[in-house]
Design a protein around this ligand. Sequence first.
Ligand code: MG
Length: 252
Amino acid sequence: MTPSTSAPDDAAPDDAAPDDAAPDDAAPDDAAHDDPPILLFDMDGVLVEGRGTDETVHERALDDAIAERGLDVDPETRALLSGYEYDADFARGCARLGVDPVAFYGLRERHGERRVIDRLESGVRTLYPDATVVQELAERYTVGVVSNNYDGVVRFVVDHHGLDAFAHVRGRDTGVRGFYRRKPDPHYLLDALDSLGGADGCYVGDRGTDLLAATRAGLDPVLVRRPHNDGLVPPVEPTVEVDSLSALADRL
Ligand SMILES: [Mg+2]
């Protein structure tokens, strides 16, 4: 185990930032890197049981945001605001209420993040038993987790379950920007590679969007086939397909 503290909530820490003004006289790329290869994991459906967040969380979070702002919302406007997405309907609903749509979406998502953490804390969803293999894999790889779930949720899961092998832990930011940086956007995967100082590796996921994001980040896509994604037809051919994380050690 080589626990190194994961990045704090804000952007990449200064100490990990490569020096832009690196001396050109040093051989740039030829040094044989002894660093272990990078192995990144999706969280929901890979480490944590179940596909992801229950949709009702977003509706309750919307109620929280409405209550916090003290808004009086008619059913038609409520319907426009309903759902997970930031879209024209959401903005239209906000216009009817006279609230800033980006700020209100961010507020709803922060309530959502808190609610998801509360649910996980109450034990509604737990780790897959084979998630413990990550600790073993960390002896051969630099391991990290990159998830579409909220950053606070991902950090909670890692802390709560003592997954201290991860050298990089990142969920998406709450709010519109974070929403649109979800996979298959490779944003947070590229961010992980940048922060870990590598370019080669694998990303282990359970959805088509994971495989797409992996290839867009230049990573080998690895598919974990579990009961919940049994029928998935991968949009790109995974480099490796396994039916458990335990099988990963022998297949990579
Ligand atoms: Mg997943």
